[in-house]
Design a protein around this ligand. Structure first.
Ligand SMILES: Nc1ncnc2c1ncn2[C@@H]1O[C@H](COP(=O)(O)OP(=O)(O)O)[C@@H](O)[C@H]1O
Ligand SMILES: [Mg+2]
Length: 325
């Protein structure tokens, strides 16, 4: 996947209020609760990075995509991983092209009779060295792309799953987030004219350093309540009947109260509802739940714990819920 998804959309104005933020996210099928809409609104208004932490599959990455679409900005994504460094995140020099340039310069000097027998002469060497560290030989990665002063509109920069990167990377990031600047020793500082809209996410497999969090507006993204999850299904899985969708939500909500190794996120609810829709289910029954449980739970221990009696109990609860409405 390319680091930059260029968008041809014209840039849109920032939302004018919390209500407006919520409505415009919803227009792009992102169902945000009031607290999330508030922190998004403030991050945009105050030009501060947004730090979203929470369980996997709760809509953290999606919010960056939605913001890019809603504001008509390109989305620049930096997927973090163990061992991510400056070269992977910001820039690196294109050694292969630099080597080629050196070879070509050497050949040119020989044919022009300027050679001292070892390629280019010493004046030529200085000129060549200067030429080698030109922007033409620079490979820009996500962070440098995002602060490129040539950009007319600030992009949305998604720094995804920061908890996967090593701690030293955070120190480097800190500098970028506070100065909107990256210093390239051979070229000098590169600084954004206007700060990008930054969304950082973490699945909290480890704690992120306080210093990073302090520069951001922090929000914990929890599992949605039943009403919000039903609204997400309405938008993301159209065609699943009202009854099926209601039962799916009640089932998943109850499942999340169990002591499982890995609770299902919204992503799993959506996937499950889509699968049940494909199977033309109009309601849940023990047979269909048991044969599709792998879409909700991804650990054999969790599946073994739920399969059987527990499915019966969960379905009874779903029926009671339905009867109560
Ligand atoms: N509030 C929401 N509104 C609409 N869709 C959502 C919402 N939360 C999650 N989703 C859906 O769930 C899926 C997983 O979300 P994602 O952003 O990838 O999760 P995370 O980054 O938190 O692991 C996405 O396909 C997204 O469409
Ligand atoms: Mg994600």
């Amino acid at each position: 996947m390319p680091a930059v998804n260029s968008s041809n959309d014209t840039p849109q104005a920032l939302p004018s209020s919390i209500d407006d933020t919520q409505a415009r996210l919803a227009a792009h099928d992102y169902v945000a609760d009031r607290r999330l809409a508030t922190v998004v609104y403030l991050a945009l208004k105050l030009e501060r990075p947004l730090f979203l932490e929470g369980e996997p599959g709760t809509g953290k990455t999606e919010i960056a995509r939605t913001l890019a679409a809603m504001l008509g900005r390109p989305l620049i994504r930096l997927q973090c991983y163990e061992g991510l460094d400056l070269a992977g995140a910001a820039y690196e020099w294109n050694y292969a092209r630099q080597m080629l340039e050196i070879r070509l310069a050497g050949l040119g000097a020989e044919t022009n009779g300027q050679s001292d027998g070892q390629g280019v002469g010493s004046a030529g060497r200085d000129a060549l060295a200067a030429r080698l560290f030109d922007e033409r030989f620079l490979i820009k990665r996500a962070l440098l792309e995002a602060i490129d002063p040539a950009r007319e509109v600030p992009p949305v920069l998604l720094i995804d799953e920061l908890d996967r990167a090593d701690e030293p990377f955070e120190a480097f990031l800190l500098e970028v987030l506070s100065e909107w600047q990256i210093t390239i020793p051979e070229l000098g500082p590169v600084r954004a004219v206007r700060p990008p809209i930054v969304v950082l996410t973490s699945n909290r497999t480890r704690e992120i350093h306080d210093a990073v969090k302090r520069r951001c507006l922090y929000h914990w993204v929890g599992f949605p309540d039943a009403a919000r999850e039903a609204e997400i299904l309405r938008r993301r899985v159209p065609g699943a009947g009202e009854r099926l969708a209601g039962e799916v939500v009640a089932f998943v909500q109850r499942l999340r109260t169990l002591d499982l190794y890995k609770l299902p996120g919204v992503a799993e609810t959506i996937e499950w509802a889509r699968a049940l829709r494909e199977l033309d289910a109009i309601q849940l029954d023990p047979e269909i739940v048991q044969s599709t449980l792998g879409l909700l739970l991804k650990y054999q221990d969790d599946i073994a714990r739920v399969n059987g009696d527990e499915v019966q109990r969960l379905l009874e609860h779903v029926r009671q819920q339905a009867a109560a409405v």
